[in-house]
Design a protein around this ligand. Structure first.
Ligand SMILES: Nc1ncnc2c1ncn2[C@@H]1O[C@H](COP(=O)(O)OP(=O)(O)OP(=O)(O)O)[C@@H](O)[C@H]1O
Ligand SMILES: [Mg+2]
Length: 366
């Protein structure tokens, strides 16, 4: 509704609604009327039957009154079963249409096949080995020959222009897709051999798009970790610096969050979704622009707790001030790694990273 109001699209939305309603009316009428002409025909035939019988009997003397009455009574009794059978026919056709849609889904081949045996992970390190990835239906690689090691308990920052493939790296590390070429490993094991449940337990992802489920704050948190205690929930909210916001609400943890979090500001939504992931205490944490909507001070405070944590971290950020302390900075450009090193090393080199920093500080100054 807000989008339609701000884009001046209300009239078009009304028109669209009216059009959809009209076609719904037509379809509903069609489906209600389907098969009715057949019913009508049988009803006419059965209505005419007794008259025909009397006519035939009148024209051909010799049939007794008893036979005549018995005949016309019996034929009316056939009427009900036959109409029932016709109904079954119509219901059969409708059910088959539904079933064919259900089976269409059941017959879909899963894009990713899952391992069943839990894998023995050496540690919580991540690597990409010569990974290329192309989105289905596109003809250029989103990532080409990317190799990257994120040692356990260290922080790697991934930077680069918009569209350079940062979120794609995050998606591959969470195995939302398999690389077209090369492999992604977790603790020395190919991600394809780590079952989904184990992966979700080890790797926590806060994605660029915050998505809160329609329910209370508590339900959102419990969705991530069903067994979490009240204390654990508040600790996670505190780590994401959103505890005070929630505590100040009259209903606290039981405040309802809209499906797109309309109750909360953009930054509050980001922090809630961060808290939701932190609650699981993942050993690997992937933050894709997870704090982009926050002011510098809040972002730094969160970085301190998150960076201070023991997890292996991959931080994707546009705001370069937040990744100064990372153990390693990797610069992506058009799907390729163009530079890697510490903040100081890359700054001294005066390459792509230094250029990004310069552009950022010029934008800050203006
Ligand atoms: N689902 C998709 N289908 C096809 N192409 C996609 C898809 N998702 C991303 N891409 C393309 O892949 C490239 C890399 O996208 P990606 O989301 O990884 O960029 P990014 O570095 O995270 O950018 P940003 O900083 O804006 O978040 C882009 O050119 C994008 O258009
Ligand atoms: Mg992205």
């Amino acid at each position: 509704m807000r989008l339609a109001a701000t884009l001046g699209a209300q009239e078009r939305v009304y028109d669209g609604f009216e059009k959809t309603s009209r076609s719904l009316i037509r379809l509903e009428l069609e489906s209600q009327l389907a098969g009715l002409w057949r019913m009508a025909l049988t009803q006419i035939i059965f209505g005419v039957m007794p008259a025909l019988i009397y006519l035939v009997a009148g024209l051909r003397p010799g049939i007794t009154i008893g036979t005549l009455i018995a005949f016309s009574t019996l034929q009316t009794q056939i009427f009900r079963p036959i109409t029932d059978l016709l109904n079954v026919g119509a219901q059969w056709v409708a059910s088959m249409a539904l079933f064919s849609r259900i089976f269409e889904y059941l017959d879909l081949e899963p894009e990713l096949t899952e391992a069943t045996e839990p894998a023995q992970l050496a540690d919580a390190s991540l690597t990409l080995q010569h990974v290329s990835y192309r989105y289905p239906g596109t003809d250029t690689d989103a990532l080409s020959d990317v190799s990257l090691t994120i040692p356990a308990h260290t922080t790697t920052a991934l930077v680069g222009h918009t569209g350079s493939g940062k979120s794609t790296v995050a998606a591959l590390l969470a195995r939302l897709a398999d690389p077209t070429e090369g492999s992604v490993t977790l603790g020395g094991v190919d991600l394809r051999d780590v079952p989904a449940e184990q992966r979700a337990e080890v790797i926590g992802v806060v994605s660029q798009e915050t998505y809160l489920i329609h329910g209370t704050v508590r339900e959102n948190l419990l969705f991530a970790q069903p067994g979490a205690s009240e204390g654990e929930m508040w600790a996670a909210l505190h780590a994401a610096r959103v505890d005070e916001v929630i505590a100040a609400l009259p209903e606290g943890l039981d405040t309802v969050v809209g499906s797109r979090g309309y109750r909360f500001s953009g930054g509050e939504q980001q922090r809630l979704s961060l808290a939701r992931t932190l609650l699981r205490r993942p050993r690997v944490l992937i933050l894709d622009e997870a704090t982009s909507a926050l002011d510098n001070e809040t972002e730094r405070a969160i970085q301190e707790t998150v960076i201070g944590a023991d997890a292996t971290r991959l931080v994707i950020a546009h705001r370069l001030s937040t990744i100064r302390d990372a153990d390693q900075v990797v610069v992506l450009d058009a799907g390729r790694v163009v530079e890697r090193g510490t903040h100081a090393e890359l700054l001294a080199r005066g390459g792509a990273y230094a250029a990004l920093l310069r552009a950022a500080s010029a934008a800050d100054a203006s």
